[in-house]
Ligand binder design. Structure first.
Ligand SMILES: [Fe+2]
Length: 265
Protein backbone atom coordinates (compact mmCIF):
# COMPACT_ATOMS: atom_id res chain seq x y z
CA UNK A 1 0.00 0.00 0.00
CA UNK A 2 1.43 3.40 -0.91
CA UNK A 3 1.26 6.44 1.29
CA UNK A 4 -0.39 9.15 -0.84
CA UNK A 5 1.21 11.96 1.12
CA UNK A 6 4.70 10.52 0.65
CA UNK A 7 4.06 10.02 -3.07
CA UNK A 8 2.81 13.58 -3.51
CA UNK A 9 5.56 15.28 -1.52
CA UNK A 10 8.56 13.17 -2.48
CA UNK A 11 7.71 13.10 -6.17
CA UNK A 12 7.28 16.88 -6.14
CA UNK A 13 10.61 17.27 -4.31
CA UNK A 14 12.26 15.14 -6.99
CA UNK A 15 10.67 17.23 -9.77
CA UNK A 16 11.65 20.47 -8.02
CA UNK A 17 15.27 19.39 -7.59
CA UNK A 18 15.55 18.19 -11.19
CA UNK A 19 14.18 21.56 -12.37
CA UNK A 20 16.60 23.29 -10.00
CA UNK A 21 19.58 21.42 -11.52
CA UNK A 22 18.47 22.40 -15.04
CA UNK A 23 17.70 26.01 -14.08
CA UNK A 24 21.16 26.60 -12.60
CA UNK A 25 23.06 24.35 -15.01
CA UNK A 26 24.44 22.36 -12.06
CA UNK A 27 27.43 20.33 -13.26
CA UNK A 28 28.19 16.81 -12.08
CA UNK A 29 31.11 18.11 -10.01
CA UNK A 30 28.83 20.65 -8.30
CA UNK A 31 26.20 17.99 -7.71
CA UNK A 32 28.81 15.72 -6.11
CA UNK A 33 30.11 18.60 -3.96
CA UNK A 34 26.57 19.18 -2.69
CA UNK A 35 25.95 15.53 -1.80
CA UNK A 36 29.42 15.33 -0.19
CA UNK A 37 28.49 18.35 1.93
CA UNK A 38 25.34 16.65 3.23
CA UNK A 39 27.33 13.48 3.97
CA UNK A 40 29.92 15.61 5.82
CA UNK A 41 27.12 17.22 7.86
CA UNK A 42 25.87 13.80 8.94
CA UNK A 43 29.38 12.57 9.74
CA UNK A 44 30.06 15.72 11.80
CA UNK A 45 26.79 15.21 13.73
CA UNK A 46 25.40 18.42 12.22
CA UNK A 47 22.58 17.06 10.07
CA UNK A 48 19.94 18.48 12.41
CA UNK A 49 21.83 21.77 12.72
CA UNK A 50 22.00 22.29 8.96
CA UNK A 51 18.31 21.66 8.39
CA UNK A 52 17.24 23.52 11.54
CA UNK A 53 19.16 26.63 10.46
CA UNK A 54 17.82 26.72 6.93
CA UNK A 55 14.40 25.06 6.98
CA UNK A 56 12.86 24.43 10.42
CA UNK A 57 11.28 27.87 10.82
CA UNK A 58 9.48 27.55 7.47
CA UNK A 59 8.00 24.20 8.49
CA UNK A 60 6.91 25.68 11.84
CA UNK A 61 5.18 28.53 10.01
CA UNK A 62 3.12 25.92 8.15
CA UNK A 63 1.93 24.43 11.45
CA UNK A 64 0.99 27.92 12.70
CA UNK A 65 -1.00 28.74 9.59
CA UNK A 66 -4.72 28.95 10.35
CA UNK A 67 -4.20 27.80 13.93
CA UNK A 68 -5.92 29.72 16.74
CA UNK A 69 -3.99 31.00 19.75
CA UNK A 70 -0.27 31.27 20.51
CA UNK A 71 2.02 30.33 17.65
CA UNK A 72 4.66 27.63 17.92
CA UNK A 73 8.38 28.01 17.26
CA UNK A 74 11.39 25.97 16.23
CA UNK A 75 12.72 23.38 18.66
CA UNK A 76 16.37 23.65 17.66
CA UNK A 77 18.90 20.84 18.02
CA UNK A 78 19.54 21.01 21.79
CA UNK A 79 16.32 19.72 23.40
CA UNK A 80 16.69 16.76 25.76
CA UNK A 81 13.66 14.84 27.09
CA UNK A 82 13.43 13.92 30.78
CA UNK A 83 14.54 17.17 32.44
CA UNK A 84 14.14 17.13 36.24
CA UNK A 85 10.91 18.28 37.88
CA UNK A 86 11.48 21.41 39.95
CA UNK A 87 10.47 21.84 43.57
CA UNK A 88 8.29 24.78 44.42
CA UNK A 89 6.76 27.17 43.82
CA UNK A 90 8.89 29.17 43.75
CA UNK A 91 10.52 27.22 40.92
CA UNK A 92 14.23 27.71 40.29
CA UNK A 93 15.92 26.23 37.22
CA UNK A 94 18.90 23.99 38.18
CA UNK A 95 22.07 26.05 38.12
CA UNK A 96 25.56 26.17 39.53
CA UNK A 97 26.02 28.02 42.85
CA UNK A 98 28.00 30.70 41.02
CA UNK A 99 25.96 30.63 37.80
CA UNK A 100 27.02 33.72 35.82
CA UNK A 101 24.34 35.97 34.37
CA UNK A 102 21.66 38.45 35.34
CA UNK A 103 18.81 36.84 37.33
CA UNK A 104 15.65 36.35 35.26
CA UNK A 105 12.12 35.92 36.56
CA UNK A 106 10.05 34.36 33.77
CA UNK A 107 6.32 34.21 34.41
CA UNK A 108 2.98 34.07 32.65
CA UNK A 109 -0.17 32.07 32.24
CA UNK A 110 -1.39 29.08 30.26
CA UNK A 111 -4.99 29.25 29.06
CA UNK A 112 -7.31 27.92 26.41
CA UNK A 113 -7.76 29.97 23.25
CA UNK A 114 -10.78 31.61 24.92
CA UNK A 115 -8.88 32.53 28.10
CA UNK A 116 -9.96 29.75 30.47
CA UNK A 117 -7.07 28.84 32.81
CA UNK A 118 -5.30 25.53 32.25
CA UNK A 119 -4.03 24.27 35.63
CA UNK A 120 -1.41 21.54 35.65
CA UNK A 121 0.10 22.41 32.26
CA UNK A 122 3.63 21.05 32.07
CA UNK A 123 6.31 23.58 31.10
CA UNK A 124 9.64 22.11 30.02
CA UNK A 125 12.19 24.95 29.89
CA UNK A 126 15.76 24.90 28.60
CA UNK A 127 18.17 27.62 27.59
CA UNK A 128 21.82 28.57 27.16
CA UNK A 129 24.09 29.69 30.00
CA UNK A 130 25.87 33.06 30.05
CA UNK A 131 28.54 31.67 27.72
CA UNK A 132 25.89 30.59 25.20
CA UNK A 133 26.36 26.89 26.03
CA UNK A 134 23.85 24.11 26.80
CA UNK A 135 24.23 21.37 29.40
CA UNK A 136 24.79 17.85 28.00
CA UNK A 137 25.66 19.45 24.65
CA UNK A 138 28.72 21.51 25.47
CA UNK A 139 31.44 20.16 27.80
CA UNK A 140 32.10 21.20 31.39
CA UNK A 141 28.52 21.95 32.44
CA UNK A 142 26.68 19.82 35.05
CA UNK A 143 23.91 17.60 33.67
CA UNK A 144 20.51 19.32 33.46
CA UNK A 145 21.98 22.75 34.23
CA UNK A 146 19.37 25.35 33.12
CA UNK A 147 16.90 22.64 32.15
CA UNK A 148 13.78 21.78 34.16
CA UNK A 149 10.05 21.09 34.26
CA UNK A 150 7.28 22.58 36.37
CA UNK A 151 3.49 22.96 36.30
CA UNK A 152 1.10 25.87 35.99
CA UNK A 153 -0.97 26.50 39.13
CA UNK A 154 -4.75 26.33 39.67
CA UNK A 155 -5.17 29.61 37.77
CA UNK A 156 -2.90 28.53 34.91
CA UNK A 157 -0.12 30.80 36.16
CA UNK A 158 3.56 29.90 36.33
CA UNK A 159 6.80 31.55 37.45
CA UNK A 160 10.38 30.34 37.38
CA UNK A 161 13.71 31.88 38.33
CA UNK A 162 16.76 31.43 36.16
CA UNK A 163 19.39 33.63 34.48
CA UNK A 164 18.94 35.69 31.31
CA UNK A 165 20.62 33.89 28.39
CA UNK A 166 22.74 35.85 25.89
CA UNK A 167 22.74 35.70 22.10
CA UNK A 168 25.02 32.87 21.01
CA UNK A 169 26.81 31.59 17.94
CA UNK A 170 25.77 28.25 16.54
CA UNK A 171 28.67 25.81 15.94
CA UNK A 172 30.70 27.42 13.16
CA UNK A 173 33.71 25.16 12.73
CA UNK A 174 31.87 22.36 10.93
CA UNK A 175 30.19 22.05 7.52
CA UNK A 176 27.20 24.26 8.50
CA UNK A 177 29.62 27.04 9.44
CA UNK A 178 31.40 26.66 6.10
CA UNK A 179 28.10 27.08 4.26
CA UNK A 180 27.14 30.18 6.28
CA UNK A 181 30.63 31.59 5.79
CA UNK A 182 30.38 31.11 2.03
CA UNK A 183 27.04 32.94 2.10
CA UNK A 184 28.61 35.80 4.06
CA UNK A 185 26.22 35.37 7.01
CA UNK A 186 26.96 35.63 10.72
CA UNK A 187 26.42 32.72 13.11
CA UNK A 188 24.36 34.38 15.87
CA UNK A 189 20.96 33.57 17.29
CA UNK A 190 19.30 36.27 19.43
CA UNK A 191 18.89 35.53 23.15
CA UNK A 192 15.99 33.14 23.71
CA UNK A 193 14.22 30.70 26.02
CA UNK A 194 13.16 27.29 24.72
CA UNK A 195 9.96 25.69 25.98
CA UNK A 196 7.79 22.68 25.42
CA UNK A 197 4.33 22.78 26.95
CA UNK A 198 2.12 19.75 27.51
CA UNK A 199 -1.50 19.40 28.59
CA UNK A 200 -4.27 16.99 27.68
CA UNK A 201 -6.26 19.94 26.30
CA UNK A 202 -3.73 21.03 23.67
CA UNK A 203 -1.27 18.13 23.50
CA UNK A 204 2.35 19.23 23.10
CA UNK A 205 3.49 22.63 21.78
CA UNK A 206 7.01 23.94 21.21
CA UNK A 207 7.87 27.56 21.86
CA UNK A 208 10.89 29.82 21.73
CA UNK A 209 10.70 33.28 23.26
CA UNK A 210 12.80 36.37 22.60
CA UNK A 211 13.74 39.57 24.43
CA UNK A 212 12.51 42.87 22.91
CA UNK A 213 15.29 44.99 21.47
CA UNK A 214 17.74 42.12 21.71
CA UNK A 215 20.78 41.92 19.48
CA UNK A 216 20.34 39.84 16.29
CA UNK A 217 16.54 39.92 16.64
CA UNK A 218 16.35 41.16 13.06
CA UNK A 219 19.07 38.93 11.61
CA UNK A 220 18.67 35.56 13.38
CA UNK A 221 20.83 32.96 11.60
CA UNK A 222 17.88 30.54 11.87
CA UNK A 223 15.36 33.17 10.69
CA UNK A 224 13.03 31.99 13.47
CA UNK A 225 12.05 35.23 15.24
CA UNK A 226 8.37 36.15 14.92
CA UNK A 227 6.84 39.26 16.52
CA UNK A 228 4.36 37.11 18.46
CA UNK A 229 7.24 35.29 20.19
CA UNK A 230 8.77 38.40 21.80
CA UNK A 231 8.17 38.61 25.57
CA UNK A 232 7.22 41.66 27.61
CA UNK A 233 10.40 42.47 29.51
CA UNK A 234 11.49 45.05 32.08
CA UNK A 235 14.63 45.46 34.15
CA UNK A 236 13.80 45.69 37.85
CA UNK A 237 16.14 47.72 40.07
CA UNK A 238 14.01 47.77 43.20
CA UNK A 239 15.62 45.95 46.16
CA UNK A 240 12.17 45.36 47.70
CA UNK A 241 10.90 43.57 44.62
CA UNK A 242 14.14 41.59 44.35
CA UNK A 243 13.84 40.52 47.99
CA UNK A 244 10.27 39.37 47.36
CA UNK A 245 11.71 36.82 44.92
CA UNK A 246 14.62 35.89 47.15
CA UNK A 247 17.10 37.84 45.02
CA UNK A 248 19.78 40.20 46.30
CA UNK A 249 20.34 42.04 43.02
CA UNK A 250 18.48 43.67 40.14
CA UNK A 251 16.78 41.25 37.78
CA UNK A 252 15.07 40.89 34.43
CA UNK A 253 11.31 40.37 34.59
CA UNK A 254 9.97 38.59 31.50
CA UNK A 255 6.28 37.91 30.93
CA UNK A 256 4.54 35.74 28.34
CA UNK A 257 1.07 34.20 28.18
CA UNK A 258 0.25 31.05 26.23
CA UNK A 259 -3.26 30.49 24.85
CA UNK A 260 -3.75 27.21 23.03
CA UNK A 261 -6.65 25.69 21.11
CA UNK A 262 -7.47 21.98 21.57
CA UNK A 263 -5.19 19.47 19.94
CA UNK A 264 -6.23 18.85 16.33
CA UNK A 265 -8.45 21.95 16.20
FE1 LIG B 1 18.81 27.79 21.64
Amino acid sequence: MTNDRVLTVVEDLERTLVEFIRKHGITHAEYRAATDLIIAEVQAGEASLLFDVFLEAAATDMDNHDREGTIEAIEGPFYLPGAPWLDGPPHVLPQRPDEPGTPLLFHGRVTTETGAPLPGAELDLWHADAAGCYSQIHPGIPDWNLRGRFHSDDDGRFAVQTIAPPPYEIPKDGPTGRVLNALGRHFFRPAHLHLKLRHEYFGERTSQLYFPGGEYLGSDVANAVRDELVMTVRFVEDPEQSARHGLDSSYVDAHYDFAFAPEGA
